[in-house]
Design a protein. Sequence first.
Length: 79
Amino acid sequence: MAQILVRDLNEEVVGRLKSRAKKDGRSLQSEVRLILEQAAHEPKVNVEMARALVEKTRKKFKGRKFPNSVELIREDRDR
């Protein structure tokens, strides 16, 4: 197996990683390995496809009026 050495990590970052590992019942090494494995398997975003999807969605909803979501959330919380 390959090994990676990461130098000069911010102590705050290391602390957050340790807390996350402890919460998940893993060692720091296991937690970091899992994070790296997940990041390596995430698909890359195709910017052109994302822009096309956004444009398609904008056209689909063009001219429609939507209620103010802030007001709806406040109403729901006040119930």
